[in-house]
Design a protein around this ligand. Structure first.
Ligand code: NDP
Length: 339
């Protein structure tokens, strides 16, 4: 029999609806077997809409199903840790959304539980799967800009109305732009620069869309362990800025335009003493690549790695928490992933 991976969706979410169900089904031998929702009627409607045979309201029941090999967790952030640890203990492979958890202790507990159970753990940081970011990483590795000195990330967007729920109003669920977007920036920078964030300073404006006490915009500066200084601008409230990333080095600059996005779009430009050129990239679906890498990790019994591992999820969370702490304290704050 060929490779089979039967998925249980933990969370009847927007991201699964918009991207992940299709991405799972695009993998040979993969199927969506069940969906878990806290609300029976919503879960049943979601299952019917997506042609999923089974919907349930009990995590234990979903995890007891021997017909499920792996779970994709895309609930609100506060639930990730409990659900991921339970899934690992039930022997299911785990692909978990970012942020991996709301605290570092919980994120470590997820990694430990998956290691103990011998199951694959991936964090769904989609951006490092983009053809543009893969090209940027390769250009840095090839020395196209000499030694990197600075990076800037432009990730200020307008949060679509249908996502303006818990993200802007419910701190206990893991609301805020830092847990939502800054984690992605950090993961992408770690991937491109092959370096780790060390410390952060940051400020937020008073919220204009989110509830009092919830960050809906942030500007931060992080120092990485290769001495690259990184500037981040993330927001839920900026409709027309466009997204991008820039890496500036001793011999040139890399410009990624429209690349901090879920869609397979954007361009990569190199600017140096010889002028400016666009680097050809062949776009592909970011989420399908994430799933393909997860499948490879399962099939190879852990010899291959998911695109972003559990440890990657711990590190991006540690940096996001340092940014948040820097905002709250007004002080330069160390990133301590504890790995
Ligand atoms: P949603 O708000 O769509 O879903 C989260 C949970 O909220 C669901 O599990 C569901 O609970 C409940 N819910 C959803 N819609 C409704 C509704 N209409 N009425 C009542 N409850 C509802 O979250 P997202 O899909 O935006 O995000 C889920 C996770 O995925 C988060 O951790 C987020 O950070 C991450 N994410 C990652 C992205 C990426 O590209 N990597 C992109 C977007 C999100 P129940 O399951 O109990 O029904």
């Amino acid at each position: 029999m060929g490779h089979e991976l039967r998925w249980g969706l933990i969370g009847a979410s927007t991201i699964a609806h918009e991207w992940m169900i299709d991405a799972i089904r695009a993998q040979p031998g993969n199927a969506v077997a069940a969906v878990l929702s806290g609300d029976r009627a919503r879960g049943e409607a979601y299952a019917a809409k997506h042609g999923i045979a089974k919907s349930c309201t009990s995590l234990d029941a979903l995890l007891a199903d021997p017909g499920i090999d792996a779970v994709y967790i895309s609930t609100i952030n506060e639930l990730h840790a409990t659900q991921a640890i339970a899934a690992a203990n039930a022997g299911k492979h785990v692909l978990c959304e970012k942020p991996l958890a709301m605290t570092l202790d919980d994120a470590h507990a997820i990694v430990d539980a998956c290691r103990r159970a011998g199951v694959v753990l991936g964090t769904n940081h989609h951006l490092r799967n983009a053809a543009t970011h893969l090209a940027l990483r390769q250009l840095v590795r090839d020395g196209a800009i000499g030694r990197p000195l600075y990076a800037r990330v432009f990730h200020a967007v307008h949060l679509p109305e249908h996502l303006q729920g818990w993200r802007i109003a419910q701190p206990s669920a893991g609301a805020g732009v830092i847990l939502d977007i800054t984690v992605h920036d950090v993961d992408t920078l770690r991937f491109i620069l092959d370096a780790e964030p060390v410390e952060a300073v940051a400020m937020t404006p008073p919220p204009s869309l989110a509830s009092e006490g919830v960050d809906d915009g942030v500007m931060a500066v992080l120092r990485f362990d290769n001495d690259v200084l990184v500037q981040l601008h993330d927001a839920f409230t900026v409709a027309y800025a466009g997204t991008g990333i820039e890496i500036h080095g001793t011999a040139g600059s890399l410009i990624g335009r429209d690349v901090m996005t879920q869609r397979p779009v954007g361009e990569v430009i190199v600017r140096d003493a010889t002028g400016e050129r666009t680097v050809p990239v062949v776009h592909h679906n970011l989420y399908e690549r994430s799933l393909a890498r997860f499948n490879a990790a399962v099939m190879s019994r852990g010899v291959e790695q998911p695109a972003a591992t559990g440890e990657d999820g711990v590190r991006s969370l540690a940096a996001a928490l340092a940014v948040r702490q820097a905002v709250r304290s007004g002080e330069r704050t160390r990133v301590q992933a504890g790995l």
